[in-house]
Design a binder for this molecule. Structure first.
Ligand code: ADP
Ligand code: MG
Length: 690
């Protein structure tokens, strides 16, 4: 469709924002609304309020020292009142805010302490009535006015004009939301929602609009979540129709598990194993995410699941994101399975080709039952004789593609994903929505809470004194250094230097070890083995020990430059201690604290609840950053916001689930799926996968 006023230049700006079609444009929602119906005259303004005023520039000037670039503008209106606007680094405004110009200003009214004049610091403003393609001025004032985020040179005002033209020109499409749901939830239909969002009636409640809770906005948010969750529900439903391997948990398997277990499983571990066993016996491929805080005993449950698969005659692959974690798992499984006579083998990228070749032969012949390794296992040349179960640790570091390539290796093997980074429920519902979720919400008995302290860099001597005490009582400690500027090389330097200082100057009589990512695997292994055996008192390390390392006798975790770490990383690191019966400590040493850094440290000191920390992390960083941008797998939402709208997400998920499982009619389901295919595939690629 041709829209008046959109030439090639504007089209390019729109496209850069992902706005390519008329419907993209209609789904481009204002981020804020201003009440320009009942404008206050300047005379009636009071300090403290957020207001919009329509004013004229009476004079403007640069002021004060040049490097501050302070720009001051005096405004007037028909009343006797006055208002001053101030912008630091605002010199560029001198060609914009010229005397005589009419503008809408939005901001917080303050009172100048000296002159007692009313002023606004850095108000937002919109120039009124000078563009030639401005449309009717009633679009911009005298109404509840939508404010759009600019796209290139297209500002909020021009968006209002565009939207008006589009709204006037298009014919409403059918509402895709199933009518029974819309009626039951009393949601407005699509067209009236769209119209309200771009052009709210004067009667609309401004506060609701600005908190994204007007009926119209709620409808759009709900709908977006609804289709997203329908896509995920379809994926789950499809997986449930696939034929999978059927593993029975019969008496012999139970006996084997009993013979393997070094301790009595916790209630939570039993519950989760029950869920897994039911999946394995269902005849459909399992796709389960096992969540649990660090140290909650996920690996033990995974090992039990492995026994079920192996006793049913199949092979098991265990995948870890790093070599060191793969090593760790390798030893863990080897230890556990020694007692019951299962051969375990490791396969990592750092092995020689000859070694790899031998291992591959054993795997192909079915001579090893369980293979533990990094994603080297996913290489095409590795053929399993009978792969029945894949255990994937720390899924979000693997791409989805890697999971798929694994599934193609076997005849739809069961997949169990473990994650020690607790994922806030709302995120789990959007990202892992096609997985079933089990949660281990109980720690093994006898764990003592970990005391977390914050120490400033200049008091680090106290930390060393404390380390001495602990080591003299037979404990061990970690001292961890962050990556600086994402560079392992820098971290290695820092850790190496510190290792030297700690071993030679601070703790000459203790055994201080060094571990970092640039060491050859055999050396890393040797250092870890020494630490585990108690031959090393203090292990200086980069973040390679972040996940999975398990040395129960280590009771102190010192994290240097803790402000450089993200919350979930800090929590992972802290989880390396508190694994034995001794009281454990985590000491966060900081150099320079930003506001956000302070918030992270405070969160760590206040709480050891992984789910709470994950929620805080999500809040502090936002969903996009939470998983890192590259592999986020986060759907791009236009209306919904999982931080702001968790209850709508929850509701939409329930509705989507029952719509897919018990559609009001075959026809309604068919129409819904067709709509999803056509409109959402492009955005989410949801429907075709799996
Ligand atoms: P996660 O993988 O969830 O971080 P692990 O499986 O590594 O946790 O377990 C952490 C530690 O707790 C390990 O030393 C493990 O042997 C031990 N552990 C696991 N389950 C139990 C249990 N039921 N009772 C006692 N100790 C346990
Ligand atoms: Mg673990």
């Amino acid at each position: 469709m041709y829209v008046k006023g959109v030439g090639p230049q504007r089209a390019a700006f729109l496209q850069a924002k992902g706005l390519e079609t008329v419907s993209d444009l209609l789904l481009y929602a204002p981020f804020r609304y201003e009440d320009r119906t009942n404008l206050k005259p300047l005379r009636e303004l009071a300090p403290g309020e957020m207001v919009t005023v329509i004013v004229e520039v009476s004079s403007a000037r640069s002021k004060g020292p040049r490097k501050l670039g302070l720009f001051e503008v005096d405004f007037r209106d028909d009343s006797t009142g006055k208002l001053r606007g101030k912008w630091f680094h605002g010199t560029y405004l001198q060609n914009v805010l010229v005397p005589g110009l009419r503008v809408a200003l939005y901001g917080k009214v303050e009172m100048d302490t000296y002159s007692r004049d009313l002023l606004m610091m850095h108000p937002e403003f919109e120039v009124l009535g000078e563009d030639d393609d401005d449309g009717d001025s009633s679009l911009h004032t005298g109404r509840v006015t939508p404010i759009y985020e600019a796209a290139g040179k297209i500002n909020a005002k021009q968006f209002r004009v565009l939207m008006r033209r589009v709204l006037d020109a298009v014919t409403p499409v059918d509402d895709p939301l199933p009518p029974n749901i819309r009626e039951r939830l009393k949601l407005p239909d699509l067209w009236s929602a769209i119209k309200t969002i771009h052009s709210p009636e004067p009667t609309e409640d401004l506060r609701l609009l600005n908190s994204f809770r007007s009926q119209a906005q709620v409808r759009m948010i709900f709908e977006e979540f609804f289709w997203l969750e329908c896509g995920l529900a379809l994926k789950r439903a499809k997986a449930q129709q696939l034929m999978g391997l059927k593993f029975e948990l019969h008496e012999r398997v139970r006996d084997k598990i009993k013979a393997m277990l070094p301790f009595k499983p916790t209630g939570a571990q039993k519950k989760v194993l029950g869920e897994i066993a039911a999946d394995l016996a269902s005849g459909h491929p399992m796709n389960r995410l096992m969540q649990g805080d660090v140290g909650s005993g996920k690996t033990l449950v995974a090992a039990e699941a492995a026994v079920i698969a192996i006793e049913n005659g199949y092979q098991v692959a265990v995948l870890a994101p790093t070599e060191i974690l793969a090593q760790q798992h390798f030893f863990y499984f080897k230890n556990l399975f020694q007692k019951i006579g299962y051969p375990v083998i490791g396969l990592t990228g750092s092995m020689s080709d000859r070694e790899k070749g031998q291992v591959k032969k054993l795997i192909a012949a079915g001579l090893v039952k369980i293979v533990v390794g990094t994603h080297a296992i996913l290489q095409e040349s590795v053929e399993f004789q009978k792969l029945g179960l894949a255990i994937v640790d720390e899924q979000h570091r693997f791409g989805v593609m890697q999971r798929l390539s694994l599934m193609q290796k076997g005849l739809q093997p069961h997949v169990l994903v473990m994650t020690a980074t607790p994922i806030p429920r709302t995120l789990a519902m959007t990202i892992y929505g096609d997985l079933d979720v089990s949660v281990i919400d109980e720690l093994p008995p006898g764990r003592k809470p970990i005391t977390t302290k914050h120490v400033k860099n200049d008091h680090v001597d106290q930390v060393y004194g404390f380390l001495r005490q602990e080591i003299d009582q037979g404990r061990q400690a970690y001292v961890v250094y962050p990556l600086v500027d994402e560079s392992e090389t820098q971290a290695v330097k820092a850790a190496t230097k510190m290792h030297q200082e700690l071993s030679e100057v601070v703790f000459p009589t203790y055994r201080v070890g060094l571990l970092h990512g640039k060491m050859p695997p055999s050396k890393k292994e040797a250092v870890m083995a020494d630490f585990k055996a108690g031959q090393v008192d203090i292990l200086v390390s980069t973040t390679v020990i972040e996940v999975g390392v398990d040395v129960p006798n280590a009771s102190v975790m010192v994290i240097e430059q803790a402000e450089r770490f993200g919350l979930s990383q800090l929590h992972q690191l802290r989880g390396r201690v508190g694994r034995g019966s001794a009281r454990s400590f985590c000491i966060l040493v900081t150099e320079k604290l930003s506001e956000a850094g302070r918030e992270r440290i405070r969160t760590m000191v206040d709480s050891s609840d992984g789910f709470y920390i994950a929620e805080m992390d999500l809040r502090l960083r936002g969903p996009g950053e939470f998983f890192g941008t590259r592999q986020s797998g986060l759907p791009a939402l236009k209306f919904g916001n999982i931080l702001r709208d968790p209850e709508l997400l929850e509701e939409a998920r329930g509705e989507a689930q029952s719509f897919i499982e018990h559609p009001p009619s075959e026809e309604a389901l068919r129409v819904g799926i067709a709509y999803l295919r056509e409109n959402w595939q492009r955005r989410y690629g949801l429907v075709q996968v799996g």
